[in-house]
Design a protein around this ligand. Structure first.
Ligand code: NI
Length: 272
């Protein structure tokens, strides 16, 4: 059972800091954003910590538009550092092939403490309702969720060709994904995302995840009130929520998240 306020911290040898060092993370992230000439769009703030989206400057309507997210849960820090590692390997030429949007840190108060929920104990990845074509909050929507829902139309536009949200499973040695595709069973997209992660970790074997049973490492088209399910329900063509195993080495988890983001972008570009 996950506890919302149990704290986790790791040391990254690659970045020479602790996993919850938000100043170091932001400074290095901003440096890469400047190098790539990406634009920052602040959506709001929680306890004076901004929640922002970063996009390439010149949006081309003929190119696919994808959104990559990290940091809904504060103790899943390899996702955030993985995004930093991913963008540090990008060149601006990639923007000739894709409109890329990044949401690097949804839950800053959780990240700083290294615990799952936000400071109020709310789960930032629940409470995204989509009813009769309308996005709606519910009584469990977090402060962060309310900020994102305020920009629902914008988020739907920038994720129309795909969304990847990177999570970690604090209880696991093994990896799995949630995936969404408009078909009855997992297709090439889901399989290629899963297979990328298995280059880094063993695939989950026979066990249930909060009452769901992955089939060959994939929980397919499970529509709950998570952010990724919300975006797919409201129009995003494909989606993945990845789960790297937090019992594995931290730098290995960073490398896996980085590689997965690259695989995701490559797939969308190649199949547009
Ligand atoms: Ni999570």
């Amino acid at each position: 059972m996950r506890s919302p306020f149990k704290t986790y911290q790791w040391k990254s040898n690659k970045f020479a800091c602790q996993s919850n060092d938000i100043e170091h993370f932001r400074a290095m992230f901003d440096e890469e954003i400047m190098r790539l000439d990406m634009q920052k769009k602040e959506l709001g703030s929680v306890y004076e910590h901004p929640i922002a989206i970063y996009r390439n400057e010149h949006i081309d309507a003929d190119l696919p538009s994808v959104l990559i997210c990290a940091g809904f849960h504060g103790e899943e820090a390899a996702a955030n550092w993985g995004m930093l590692d991913f963008i540090s390997q990008l060149q601006t030429s990639v923007f000739q092939s894709v409109n890329l949007s990044l949401l690097p840190l949804v839950n800053p108060t959780g990240f700083i403490k290294g615990y799952r929920c936000n400071k109020k104990g709310q789960n930032p990845n629940r409470g995204f309702e989509f009813i009769n074509g309308q996005s709606k909050a519910s009584d469990i929507t977090s402060d962060e969720g309310l900020i994102l829902l305020k920009y629902a139309k914008f988020l739907q536009t920038i994720s129309k060709d795909g969304v990847l949200t990177c999570h970690e499973d604090i209880l696991q040695n093994e990896t799995y994904i949630y995936s969404f595709e408009p078909r009855p069973s997992p297709g090439k997209f889901s399989l290629s995302m899963r297979d990328k992660l298995t280059e880094f970790f063993p695939l989950i074997t026979d066990q249930d995840i909060d009452g769901l049973w992955p089939t060959e490492g994939i929980i397919f088209n499970h529509f709950d009130t998570s952010f990724e399910a919300f975006l797919v329900r409201s129009g995003s063509r494909v989606g993945v929520c990845s789960e790297t195993p937090a019992l594995a080495d931290f730098d290995q988890r960073i490398a896996a998240n980085s590689a997965l983001m690259q695989t995701f972008v490559n797939y969308i570009i190649a199949n547009h």
